[in-house]
Design a protein around this ligand. Structure first.
Ligand code: FDA
Length: 392
C-alpha cells in the first residue's frame, strides 16, 4: 500500500505527538509511525506515574549540549506557560512539587490522552505498531518503507528518542538515520542514572536506606538535593543530577552537612565537653552514619575533649568534603535520559531541520539536548516538537 502525506513523524512519544498535533492543526496531512505496542510508555512511567511534565524555571542553563545556545530559541517560543495553557484547555489538574517541578494531580495517562486528542484535532493518521524498514531521499521529498507499505512525504520528523530503557522500545534508530545522511552524532551515554561502585568499595553499604540533603559537585555540576545510600552505591536526585556531569574516572565531592562548618564546630565542642565524639556528630547526622564516620576517623569511644585536633579535622573533612570515585553507572537499563545524540550544529534552531538535508527534522531526546532532572526533558520535547510542527 503506497500513500502520500505532507509529513511523516517517526516516533509517537512526547516530541513526536506534539509535533504531529501542531502540524496537523496547521492543516498538514500527517502520519505518525511507531514500532511499540503500547503508546508513549515513557510518558506513562514518568514522574512515578504522575509525569513531571515541565519545570517553571526551564531555560538553556538547565540543559547539557555541545552547542549550549541551540535550545534557546525553541524554549523561548514554547514555554512552560504554553504547556499549562494546553492542560487548562483539557481540564487537567496539576501541582508544583519541588523547585518548579509540575506534576499531574491524577496520572501521566492524562498527558497521553491529551496528546492523542490534540492529534485527532489535527486529523493525524497512525501506523502502529509498525516497523520502519528504510528511509530514502526521493525527488524533492522522502520515501519511508514500512512493514505496512511505502509512504511518501515532503517532510520527515525523527522523534525516536534516546537509548534509555530498551525494554520499553528505545532504539538507536534516530542516530542511525543521522549517520546515514552524514549528520554527525555526539557519542551517546546514559544520563540521570544511579552511580555504582566496585564490590567492596560501595560507600557505606551498611547505611543503605539513609537519605539526606547534600551539596554535590563534579566538574561543572553543582546541586543541592537529596542523596540516597543504596546497597549498590548512591542514588537519589542529587546523584541523578550529577551523573550527567560525571565521566568515568571523575571523583564526586559531597558535603553531607552543607549548612555546618564541621571542623569549627568539633573544635569548639572540645571545650569542657564530656560528650563522646559520636554523640556530637549524631546531633547533625543519622546515628548509624555518625558511628561509621567516627569509627573510620579512629575516634570511636573517644570523649571529644581528648580527641586530637588533626583527627577531628580529618573527621570534619570526611563530612564536609567527602570525595569518592564511582566505578560506573547503572547504564541505559536505569538511565532516565541519553546524553549526546544528533549534533545540533548540523540543525536549524528554528525548524529543527538538518541543514544538509532539506525536509529531514529531528526533535526531542534523539538530539544532543539533555535536560536536568525535574521536568526539563519533557519541556524540551514539547518545545522542539512545536518548533518542527510549525515548520513542516
Ligand atoms: P520518547 O522516548 O518519549 O519517544 C520515542 C518514541 O519513538 C517511542 O514511542 C518509541 O517506541 C519510538 N521508537 C523508538 N525507536 C523506534 C523505531 N526504530 N521505529 C519506530 N518507533 C520508534 N522527563 C521529564 O521531563 N520528567 C519526568 O518526570 C521524566 N521521568 C522519566 C522517568 C523515566 C523512568 C524515564 C526513562 C524517563 C523520564 N523522563 C522524564 C525523560 C523523558 O521521558 C524523555 O526525555 C522524553 O520522553 C523524550 O521524549 P521523546 O519524544 O524524544 O522520546
Amino acid at each position: 500500500m503506497t500513500e502520500t502525506f505532507d509529513v511523516v513523524v517517526i516516533g509517537a512519544g512526547a516530541a513526536g505527538m506534539m509535533c504531529a498535533s501542531v502540524a496537523g492543526q496547521r492543516g498538514r496531512r500527517v502520519l505518525v509511525i511507531d514500532h511499540a505496542t503500547a503508546l508513549a510508555e515513557k510518558i506513562r512511567i514518568s514522574g512515578g506515574g504522575r509525569c513531571n511534565f515541565t519545570n517553571l524555571q526551564a531555560g538553556p542553563a538547565n540543559f547539557h549540549s555541545e552547542n549550549p545556545h541551540f535550545c534557546r530559541s525553541a524554549l523561548a517560543r514554547y514555554t512552560p506557560q504554553d504547556f499549562l495553557a494546553l492542560l487548562a484547555r483539557h481540564g487537567i489538574a496539576w501541582h508544583e512539587k519541588h523547585k518548579g517541578q509540575l506534576f499531574c494531580d491524577d496520572s501521566a495517562q492524562n498527558i497521553i490522552d491529551m496528546l492523542v486528542a490534540e492529534c485527532s484535532a489535527g486529523n493525524v493518521a497512525w501506523r502502529r505498531p509498525c516497523k520502519v524498514e528504510a528511509l530514502q531521499r526521493e525527488n524533492e521529498g522522502w520515501r519511508v518503507d514500512t512493514e505496512a507499505g511505502t509512504v511518501h512525504a515532503a517532510s520527515v520528523v525523527i522523534a525516536t528518542g534516546g537509548l534509555s530503557i530498551p525494554k520499553i522500545g528505545a532504539t538507536d534508530f534516530g542516530h542511525r538515520i543521522a549517520r546515514q545522511f552524514d549528520i554527525p552524532v555526539i557519542a551517546p551515554r546514559p544520563g540521570l542514572v544511579p552511580l555504582t561502585f566496585d564490590a567492596g568499595s560501595a560507600p557505606f553499604a551498611e547505611l543503605a536506606g539513609i537519605a539526606l540533603e547534600v551539596e554535590l559537585t563534579c566538574n561543572a555540576g553543582f546541586f543541592r538535593e537529596d542523596l540516597l545510600i543504596t546497597h549498590r552505591g548512591l542514588s537519589g536526585p542529587a546523584i541523578l543530577q550529577i551523573s550527567s556531569y560525571w565521566t568515568p574516572g571523575d571523583a564526586l565531592r559531597i558535603n553531607l552537612l552543607p549548612d555546618l562548618k564541621v571542623d569549627s564546630e568539633l573544635l569548639a565542642a572540645k571545650n569542657g565537653a564530656r560528650q563522646h565524639v559520636v554523640s556530637v556528630v549524631a546531633q547533625w547526622l543519622p546515628r548509624r552514619m555518625a558511628e561509621l564516620l567516627v569509627e573510620r576517623a579512629g575516634l570511636a569511644g573517644r570523649p571529644i575533649a581528648e580527641a586530637g585536633d588533626k583527627a577531628l579535622r580529618q573527621l570534619a573533612a570526611s563530612i564536609n568534603q567527602w570525595e569518592l570515585k564511582p566505578s560506573g553507572s547503572e547504564g541505559y537499563r536505569k538511565a532516565e535520559v541519553t546524553l549526546g545524540g544528533v549534533d545540533t550544529r548540523a540543525l536549524d534552531q528554528k525548524t529543527m531541520m538538518a541543514r544538509s538535508q532539506p525536509g529531514l527534522h529531528f526533535v526531542g531526546e534523539v538530539m544532543d539536548v539533555t535536560g536536568w532532572l525535574g521536568g526539563y526533558n519533557f519541556q524540551w520535547a514539547w518545545a522542539s516538537g512545536y518548533a518542527a510542527g510549525m515548520a513542516v
